[in-house]
Design a protein around this ligand. Structure first.
Ligand SMILES: Cc1ncc(COP(=O)(O)O)c(C=O)c1O
Length: 417
């Protein structure tokens, strides 16, 4: 039996959570967009900036060594966090978006016209647009795996789409709208059976589930710092060494080379080959601190806690007649919804007046919005520091918003945003 997780015990570690917003204590349910940062992350960056800062890798002085040690220590933390076989397979990027662009660019020269790239309808644009580049530039064909009626990935239909032309399947570990969690090990086996590779967008999944890239069976995995209680502008790509060694370098410049002459260039080994220029040193160290902190928490208990928040919010929203998107049994703690007759943006704005931050819009998932037949949804997304009292306050505010709107425009009740 997993002991219950008490979010109150660590809320003090997040300075922003005691802020007043519009005269109300902040309730932050926009975690899937970007999570708040614990003091340990802010302090790690401050400490390095104040006492250990210099450029990394090339220095021959104390500060350069200190900074390099902290930077490479952060890489080791990422490797531990995803259970990478070796830290050199971890490439620092600006986030998941850059990781996906790096992969798609690096693979481009090996993609032939008609080669297939399998995506799901629930991908974030950062795991769609880089592959569209390969469609436009290399003649690749994008193949779309469907979402089922429950808002999960239709596994059987997806497996049927994987075949000898599938070079890459690029699939989310957890949808940022539906919360759905596809069966990645099963998909990995299927893709590998035809000699393709499985690329996983871990931007959301890494936050809610302990991640083991070896158990997932994937070939590449991307995560992003700011959703993982870390800083912006930093993320990581893990990929198998033999895949990384097959990729064309992405950015050119200092640090990623071995020898540069007038008519030739040779490249550095991993991971430096993919890290041109001065990296985001402070941010990488902040990410390392965030991951170390997260790994020190009871993640199984956190998962149950977040699920309890999610399930209570689902029940409360259903009780007021909201439409919910994404009700597959295995899902992470994000909740997309619409209130009949009320535009998602209005819901977000009304809640904001009560100090409650949620998201509204297409969530960078326009293909999914089209499949769902909506242009936008509201979205509440939960983090380990959220509490059941906050969910109750959110539900009460949502109910008030619905009642207020029903009085103002009763004729439109039932219409969807
Ligand atoms: C599923 C998913 N993938 C990728 C991203 C992009 O992350 P970033 O903007 O940090 O690169 C997001 C961000 O919302 C996301 O939710």
């Amino acid at each position: 039996m997993i002991p219950a997780f008490d979010p109150h015990a660590l809320r003090d570690e997040f300075p922003i959570l005691s802020e007043q917003i519009n005269g109300h204590r902040l309730i932050y349910f926009d975690n899937a967009a970007s999570a708040q940062k614990p003091r340990v992350v802010l302090e790690a960056m401050e400490q390095l900036a104040s006492h250990g800062y210099a450029n990394v890798h090339r220095g021959l002085h104390v500060l350069a060594n200190r900074a390099t040690e902290a930077f490479e220590g952060a890489r080791a933390s990422v490797a531990r966090f995803v259970n990478a076989p070796e830290a050199a397979e971890v490439i620092f990027t600006r986030g998941t978006t850059e990781a996906m662009n790096l992969l798609a660019y690096g693979l481009a020269s090996s993609i032939q016209s008609g080669d297939e790239i399998l995506l799901t309808e629930m991908e974030h644009h950062s795991n769609i647009v880089p592959w569209h580049f390969l469609r436009e530039r290399r003649g690749a064909k994008l193949v779309w795996a469907p979402v089922n009626a429950q808002g999960g990935l239709d596994l059987e239909a997806t497996l049927a789409l994987i075949g000898p032309r599938t070079r890459v399947a690029a699939i989310t570990q957890m949808s940022n709208v539906l919360g759905a969690v596809p069966d990645l090990p099963r998909l990995a086996d299927a893709v590998h059976g035809f000699g393709g590779i499985l690329v996983v967008d871990g931007a959301q999944g890494a936050v809610h589930f302990p991640t083991d890239v070896q158990a997932l069976g994937c070939d590449a995995y991307a995560l992003t710092g700011h959703k993982l209680y870390g800083p912006t502008g930093i993320g990581a790509l893990w990929a198998k060494r033999d895949l990384l060694e097959r990729l064309d370098p992405f950015n050119g410049g200092g640090e990623m080379i071995e020898i540069v002459t007038r008519d030739r260039v040779t490249y550095a080994g991993l991971p430096h080959r993919f890290e041109a220029g001065t990296p985001a040193i402070l941010e990488a160290v902040g990410l390392g601190a965030a991951l170390d902190w997260l790994m020190s928490q009871d993640r199984a208990a956190i998962e149950l806690h977040e699920k309890a928040l999610h399930d209570r919010a689902v029940a409360g929203l259903k009780a007021i007649g909201a439409s919910l998107y994404g009700e597959s049994p295995d899902k992470g703690a994000v909740l997309a919804f619409n209130i009949p007759g009320l535009h998602a943006h209005d819901v977000a704005q009304i809640l904001d007046q009560s100090g409650i931050a949620i998201r509204a819009g297409h969530h960078c998932a326009q293909v999914l919005m089209a499949a769902l037949g909506v242009s936008a949804t509201a979205r509440a997304s939960f983090a380990l520091y959220n509490t059941m009292e906050e969910v109750e306050t959110f539900l009460a505010a949502t109910e008030r918003a619905q009642a207020r709107f029903a009085r103002v425009r009763p004729q439109q009740a039932g219409a969807h945003a």
